[in-house]
Ligand binder design. Structure first.
Ligand SMILES: [Ca+2]
Length: 154
């Protein structure tokens, strides 16, 4: 049964990798922090993560995505989309992580709904990546100006 949101909850089945600096927690081999209390657009959330000494999360491993799903579900944090550090702002359709590495398209990362093609489907309107809360945290493109939460990593 999921516990209610608690920013300092240590619940995670992922093995600890050293000690994560507050407020980050060990999830899936990374130090991550979910912020949903101060929704902001993609750029402001990017700045927020950097002010914590980290950056927006790079989710380039399917087991990491699974661990994040477990973490947000178990901690009751799965009610708001979370920006992560990827976009196709520079070139439409060319998805890059913030370190400019290429984002893997398709399965097992990108989500979708029964009546639409697999994400991303937002074209030039949606250029920033989110973990979509009501699609099991799978990747969706989203409006960069959207006011939502963020997943930071240290
Ligand atoms: Ca786009």
């Amino acid at each position: 049964m999921p516990t209610l949101a608690a920013s300092n909850n240590q619940a995670s089945k992922a093995p600890l990798r050293g000690t994560c600096p507050n407020p980050f927690e060990a999830v899936g081999g990374k130090c991550l922090f979910v912020s949903i209390l101060g929704p902001g657009d993609w750029e402001s959330q990017r700045n927020f993560c950097e002010q914590l000494g980290g950056g927006m999360a790079k989710v380039d491993d399917a087991n990491l995505l699974g661990a994040i799903f477990d973490y947000v579900t178990e901690n009751g944090l799965n009610y708001q989309h979370l920006f992560v550090g990827a976009s196709d702002i520079a070139t439409e359709g060319d998805w890059r992580w913030n370190d400019n590495s290429t984002v893997r398209m398709g399965t097992p990362f990108w989500g979708g709904f029964y009546d639409t093609p697999q994400e991303p489907v937002g074209g030039v309107q949606q250029n920033c990546m989110v973990l979509y809360y009501d699609d099991f945290q799978f990747f969706h493109d989203y409006w960069c100006s959207g006011e939502i939460g963020v997943l930071c990593e240290y």
